[in-house]
Design a protein around this ligand. Structure first.
Ligand SMILES: Cc1cc2nc3c(=O)[nH]c(=O)nc-3n(C[C@H](O)[C@H](O)[C@H](O)COP(=O)(O)OP(=O)(O)OC[C@H]3O[C@@H](n4cnc5c(N)ncnc54)[C@H](O)[C@@H]3O)c2cc1C
Length: 470
């Protein structure tokens, strides 16, 4: 909290747009609210009450980096199911240093790639399933042209010996200096544990809204998070609900204000009283906020032989027979599919594929697994490597990756609502970019501005792009 003291201002005000800055009297009010929340009205180290909504990789990284800054005791993470029950526990965990360099995500990804190395040092590479890897693009066909075997292509000697199927093309995409992997479920839960052991709280419940109040001079600020109908007092709310984050569009509202409940302001637990009177809300601050999900199936196999650290990005053409196409793909003969095959340090092999643009069910519990699509993934994996064809299955699963309409993450403060942050829309790179996202949010919350990435570089991710257009 040295930064806070040095700046002489609350983190909430630091990210507040200049035209909405509050007079000094309000500044000292905000500090005193946080000081009392931390358990000591006279404390010189105010700890903001931060409620992180969502126990995926983004929520867990945010909790970890807040703990690194000494703010763990003010943090409550609210999760509806188990931590990492959605994409963050079911993703592949592939990491790349520079694959995003041609997009605005490049600097975030580079920072995050470096943070993954630090996390492996800090928390233990084995515990996180972290290692540098070789990465190959492999093109295969179900049956080789002319009926011959695989491995006739130039450069085939670079293929690992367990890839013994009908490969007709291959190129190198990365090596351990610029590609790596983690086990997403292990990473997410280890990061959360890192915060919980330092005093953060995990609350099982469903976030249903925010409690806001008007700020003198304009704008609004967070005073609480509504969890299962009760108000959890908060100075800061981080919305990290993955593909469910679009619900927050209705939570960020301008005046007329909701009625506040002073009785809940000093408690650190949700109020037991139901929300009453009903919320009186103004127009949404982010009317264009929309987060959708893209569904993917995956399977974890346990081959009976050792498999090397070669990640395979495949292009695979079915030569015969027509596997059922996902509902978003028009059926056609010779369908090409692109499963990704990730051997893991524990000897298992993760394979995912079959994207579908489908509505996100109300919760992770409601995500269904279609056996036919898993069979398709298995069929491709088995055609590339006989050890995968024969491998027993450990898990078959499906999940949704979170997407904003422009395909970019949504990271940062919500304009016009002090203390409100969004962190979602990480598409297929949420495991890679989770640490940088969590670190930047922790910096925003602690110091009022991010310091590990330039604000200009972060501009493309601003939630402000979903605000009302003039
Ligand atoms: C098949 C697949 C493979 C992938 N592989 C990779 C990869 O190799 N590398 C990579 O970098 N990324 C990968 N990704 C992307 C990555 O998994 C996601 O971007 C990331 O997990 C999103 O994390 P999140 O925390 O935003 O969301 P989620 O993991 O979806 O977490 C959101 C959490 O919020 C909870 N929640 C929702 N609503 C509420 C509520 N109202 N109240 C309380 N809790 C709630 C949910 O239960 C959930 O636990 C992959 C994704 C998929 C689908």
């Amino acid at each position: 909290m040295g930064v806070l003291a040095a700046l002489g201002a609350s983190p909430i005000q630091q990210h507040f747009p200049r035209r909405l800055q509050r007079p000094l009297s309000h500044r000292s009010y905000a500090l005193s609210v946080m000081a009392s929340a931390a358990g000591g009205g006279s404390s010189s180290k105010p700890i903001p009450r931060v409620v992180i909504c969502g126990g995926g990789i983004i929520g867990a990284c945010t909790a970890h980096y807040l703990a690194e800054k000494g703010l763990a005791e003010g943090v409550t993470l609210v999760e509806r199911g188990e931590p990492a029950c959605a994409a963050s526990g079911k993703a592949g965990g592939f990491l790349a240093l520079d694959w995003n360099d041609s997009s605005p995500v490049g600097p975030l990804a580079r920072l995050s790639y470096r943070l993954h190395t630090q996390l492996a040092d800090q928390l233990g590479a084995e515990r996180l399933g972290y290692r540098g890897v070789h990465t190959l693009q492999v093109v295969g066909v179900e049956k080789p042209p002319g009926g011959g075997g695989g491995r006739r292509l130039r450069g085939a000697e670079k293929l690992p010996d367990w890839v013994d199927g009908h490969v007709v093309g291959m190129s190198e995409m990365g090596d351990p200096s610029n590609t790596a992997q983690v086990h997403p479920h292990k990473l997410t839960t280890a990061l959360l544990e890192s915060a919980l052991t330092r005093g953060s709280r995990l609350l099982r419940g469903c976030v249903e809204g925010l409690r806001l109040e008007d700020v003198e001079g304009g704008g609004r600020r967070v005073t609480g998070v509504v969890v299962d109908g009760a108000v959890l007092p908060a100075d800061v709310a981080v919305i990290a609900l993955g593909p469910w984050s679009g619900a927050a569009r209705d939570w960020f509202r301008s005046s007329p204000s909701v009625t506040t409940h002073p009785s809940t302001a000093s408690s650190s637990s949700p109020s037991s009283s139901p929300l009453a009177p009903p919320l009186l809300q103004g127009p949404p601050l982010l009317p264009h906020l929309s987060i959708s999900g893209q569904k993917y199936h995956s399977v974890v196999l346990r081959p009976r032989r050792p498999v090397s650290d070669h990640m395979l990005f495949t292009g695979f053409k079915y030569a015969s027979g027509l596997p059922p196409a996902p509902s978003s793909v028009p059926p056609s003969s010779g369908r090409t599919v692109e499963p990704e095959v990730y051997p893991r340090p524990d000897g298992s092999v993760y394979v995912c594929g079959e994207p579908q643009s489908l509505p996100v069910p109300p919760s992770a519990e409601g995500v269904t697994v279609e056996g036919d699509l898993i069979d398709n993934i298995r069929r491709v994996a088995g055609s590339l490597a006989s050890c995968l064809a024969e491998a027993p299955e450990e898990t078959r699963q499906a999940c949704y990756l979170p997407c904003a309409p422009d395909g970019l993450p949504v990271i940062g403060p919500v304009p016009g609502c002090a203390g409100a942050f969004l962190a979602t829309g990480h598409t297929c790179w949420g495991i890679l970019n989770g640490p940088a996202t969590g670190l930047l949010l922790a910096e925003w919350i602690e110091a009022g501005r991010p310091s590990s990435c330039g604000e200009r570089e972060l501009g493309a991710f601003s939630p402000g792009r979903f605000a009302a257009r003039a």
